[in-house]
Design a protein around this ligand. Structure first.
Ligand SMILES: NC(=O)c1ccc[n+]([C@@H]2O[C@H](COP(=O)([O-])OP(=O)(O)OC[C@H]3O[C@@H](n4cnc5c(N)ncnc54)[C@H](O)[C@@H]3O)[C@@H](O)[C@H]2O)c1
Length: 325
């Protein structure tokens, strides 16, 4: 199947490779910045264009990958659906719940398959935690704490810094955890969120959202774009019979490479314990669905609910009051 990638900087470049790894052909790369489109297209012998809507109607394109800034996702999803193309859209699905509804309606009307990249569902560590919860390893869960922290992302032309566009760390980053919470523990009932944003002397966004889930579980999600460098994820799941803890700093696998005697100091190269990138697993899952087999692990409705949780958290942070979902 042939893929066109729209939005070719950070995520677009990576997804093009992931799609190819799964047997798709990348035939076109589109970006408002033609040079960005060209720099990715050249690696795949694909066409480059800045006509981002034009590329959607190419007869040789079967699937469109949408890796543009969040508020632009819906217009591309709707246009791709109208052109009869299947769609892989990066998360967040939309900037608002209403946008997500429009996208779902367009895909349903056109009978095309719409996948949203909630990649945390494909991370081995998170899958292992989900399995342990499902197997009752820690008994009845009462409390969950999730943490996700990294640098303030730059993005092309600084769009992440504009809260109206990106939704800040709460919508853009914590949405990974919101989706995973729903995936494992069901729907949320209400949220209280506090967030601090600073632009001087540098950009910082720090947010803490506490959910009461419909089944009574309390879940605290902390997200920061305040790290000077690096990226860290933590999880803690407390049940009446035990606790599951995960910290991405505690790399479970280390590849220790010994150099030949006299060839210099040995080095220690920490490597990911995952055999296949979770971003590739997303494309593999999408492909199985496209092939008419199992439905993908993430539905568009799941992605809408994640946006609902994130926008409710933002509303709570703004008003200082809990928000019912
Ligand atoms: N799943 C993840 O782990 C993850 C990580 C980072 C970002 N994301 C998401 O991926 C999306 C893209 O993020 P990014 O970090 O690659 O951003 P980016 O700014 O690095 O890249 C966006 C690209 O889209 C282009 N663009 C901007 N407006 C456009 C438009 N209207 N039409 C066509 N092209 C346009 C820009 O020129 C740029 O090349 C965002 O929704 C972001 O939230 C997901």
């Amino acid at each position: 199947m042939n893929v066109a990638i729209i939005g070719c900087n950070g995520m677009g470049r990576m997804h093009a490779q992931m799609a190819v790894n799964c047997g798709f052909n990348v035939v076109a790369c589109a970006d408002l910045e033609l040079s960005t489109a060209r720099s990715v297209a050249s690696g795949f012998d694909a066409d480059a264009t800045d006509d981002c809507f034009g590329v959607l109607t190419r007869p040789d394109v079967d699937v469109v990958g949408i890796m543009t800034p969040t508020p632009t996702h819906t217009e591309y999803v709707v246009a791709a659906a109208k052109a009869g193309k299947h769609i892989f859209c990066e998360k967040p699905f939309g900037r608002t719940v209403q946008q997500c509804k429009e996208a779902i309606a367009a895909a349903k009307k056109a009978r095309v398959k719409l996948f949203v990249g909630h990649v945390v569902r494909y991370f081995q560590e998170f899958e292992a935690m989900r399995a342990q919860v499902a197997q009752g390893k820690v008994g009845k869960v009462g409390f969950v704490r999730l943490y996700r922290g990294g640098i303030f992302p730059a993005g092309q032309s600084g769009w992440f810094r504009d809260l109206e566009q990106s939704g800040g760390v709460t919508l853009d980053s914590m949405i990974h955890d919101f989706d995973w919470l729903r995936y494992v523990f069901g729907d949320a009932d209400r949220v209280f969120c506090q967030a601090l944003q600073r632009t001087v002397p540098n950009h910082v966004d720090y947010s803490m959202a506490t959910f009461r889930m419909k089944n009574g579980i309390i879940a605290k999600v902390i997200g920061t774009w305040a790290h000077p460098s690096g990226f860290r994820v933590e999880a803690e799941i407390c049940g009446d019979q035990g606790i599951i803890q995960f910290n991405s700093d505690d790399t479970p696998l280390k590849a220790m490479k010994r150099t030949a005697p006299g060839a210099g100091a040995s080095m220690i190269v920490p490597s990911s314990p995952v055999h296949t990138s979770p971003y590739q697993l997303e494309w593999e899952d999408f492909k199985v669905w496209l092939d008419g087999k199992l439905r993908a692990r993430v539905t568009p409705e799941d992605a809408l609910e994640a946006v609902r949780m994130a926008t409710a958290a933002l509303k709570s942070a703004e008003t200082g009051k809990p928000v019912k979902l």
